[in-house]
Design a protein around this ligand. Structure first.
Ligand code: ASP
Length: 348
C-alpha cells in the first residue's frame, strides 16, 4: 500500500480488467499488469487534491472470473478500511461490473461513504484510452463533499460521462466508450466541463448507522430467458436443478410469457417447492406489470413474483444475497419485492 498526505483520503482497489492491461508482445492478447504500471501511466493522479492509497488483488482478474468470492474480497477491503478513508474507488473489468456493483450495494448495509466502480474499454497505456478520464473523474466524485457529508453515499458506477446507481446499471456496449446505462433510474451525476449532481435522485441515509457488511452468498440461482420456441425439456431441466432456490425469469414486454399448460405447470411445481421465481423484463426500460395482460397474470397465479423494474444483474445478486443471509423462501419473497438499496421502484 502507498499513500501521499492531503485532504480527502481515497482508497483505490484494483481488481483487474482492461483499464490496467498491456498487450503481450508474443501473442497479442491483453493481459493484466502490475498496479505500479497504472500509476506510472498516470502521473496526473498525483495532482488530485486528495490522498490516494492503493490496494490491488494479488491475482488480477478479468471480470469474467469475478464472482461471490471476489465480491467478498472487495467488501472486506472496504469494511476493514472503512474508518480510514473518505471514499473508495474500485477498478474493475467492465464485463461483470454491474453484477459486482449490485452485489456490493446489498452487502454494504448502512453505507454512508462513496464506493465508485470504474474501468475502461481501452487500456490506460493506449493513446485513445477512456481509462484516464474515468479514473480521474471517479476519484473526484469519491472525494466530493456536500457540506460536511460525502456527496455520494452509495455504490455507483462511473463511466464515460455519467455516474449511475450501481444496482440500476447494465453493460450495454462491447465497443463504445459509453458502455453502461441506467435505464430505469436517472443518472446521479453528469460530468461535462464541471460535474453536475442530480441531488433529488442521490440516496442519503436519514440516520448514520455503523456499516454492517454481509459476506455470504448462495449461488443456487438460475436465469431462465424466454424466447419463442423454448422447449419443455430445457425449462424442466433448469427448474429441476438439484438444490435450486431462486430463478430470474426474463420475460417479454411488461412481464409476459406463454400460457401453455406445460410451461405454467412446471412453474407451479417449482414455486410450490419453495423456489422463488422473479419476473424481470427483457426490455431495457419499463417495469413488469403482471396484471396488465393475461399472459402475465398467469405467471402471478402460478406463484411468480414481480421483479418490477429490476435489472437482471440486480435480481440475480439480490437472490444470492438474500438466500446467503439464511432467510426462508417466504422472507426472500418478501424482501425481493422491497427496495433494499434503491434497486427497484415499487409502485405505491
Ligand atoms: N474482459 C474485460 C473485463 O471485464 C473487459 C474490460 O475490462 O472492459 O475484465
Amino acid at each position: 500500500m502507498e499513500s501521499n498526505a492531503h485532504q480527502t483520503s481515497i482508497l483505490l482497489i484494483y481488481t483487474g480488467g482492461t483499464i490496467g492491461m498491456i498487450q503481450n508482445l508474443e501473442t497479442g492478447v491483453l493481459e493484466p499488469f502490475n498496479f505500479q504500471h497504472l500509476r506510472s501511466h498516470m502521473p496526473d493522479l498525483n495532482r488530485l487534491n486528495c490522498s490516494i492509497s492503493t490496494i490491488q488483488f494479488e491475482t488480477l482478474l478479468d471480470s469474467s472470473e469475478i464472482g461471490p468470492e471476489s465480491w467478498v474480497k472487495i467488501a472486506r477491503i472496504i469494511s476493514d478500511n472503512y474508518a480510514k478513508y473518505d471514499g473508495f474507488v474500485v477498478l474493475h473489468g467492465t464485463d461483470t461490473m454491474a453484477f459486482t456493483a449490485s452485489a456490493l450495494s446489498f452487502m454494504l448495509e448502512n453505507l454512508s461513504k462513496p464506493v465508485i466502480l470504474t474501468g475502461s474499454q481501452l487500456p490506460l497505456g493506449m493513446l485513445r484510452t477512456d481509462g484516464k478520464e474515468n479514473l480521474i473523474t471517479a476519484i473526484e466524485i469519491a472525494s466530493a463533499r456536500d457540506g460536511d457529508v460525502p456527496m455520494i453515499q452509495e455504490v455507483c458506477i462511473f463511466f464515460e460521462n455519467d455516474l449511475m446507481r450501481g444496482n440500476r446499471t447494465s453493460k450495454t456496449s462491447a465497443d463504445n466508450f459509453n458502455a453502461f446505462h441506467s435505464y430505469n433510474y436517472p443518472a446521479l451525476a453528469h460530468a461535462g466541463i464541471s460535474i453536475h449532481y442530480n441531488l433529488p435522485h442521490i440516496y442519503r441515509p436519514i440516520l448514520r448507522k455503523p456499516l454492517k457488511p454481509h459476506f455470504e452468498f448462495d449461488n443456487h440461482i438460475a436465469i431462465l430467458k424466454l424466447f419463442p420456441g423454448l422447449s419443455p425439456s430445457v425449462v424442466e431441466s433448469i427448474l429441476n436443478t438439484p438444490d435450486l432456490k431462486g430463478v430470474v425469469l426474463e420475460t417479454f414486454g411488461s412481464g409476459n410469457a406463454p400460457t401453455s399448460d406445460w410451461f405454467l405447470s412446471l412453474l407451479k411445481q417449482a414455486t410450490d417447492k419453495g423456489i422463488i421465481v422473479v419476473n424481470v423484463t427483457q426490455c431495457h426500460t419499463g417495469s413488469v406489470e403482471m396484471e396488465r395482460y393475461e399472459t402475465g397474470h398467469h405467471l402471478w397465479e402460478n406463484g411468480v413474483i414481480s421483479g418490477y423494474d429490476s435489472t437482471t444483474e440486480s435480481a440475480v445478486t439480490k437472490l444470492m444475497f438474500l438466500f446467503g443471509s439464511g432467510l426462508t423462501p417466504n422472507e426472500v419473497k418478501e424482501y425481493m419485492q422491497c427496495s433494499l438499496a434503491g434497486e427497484i421502484t415499487v409502485p405505491q
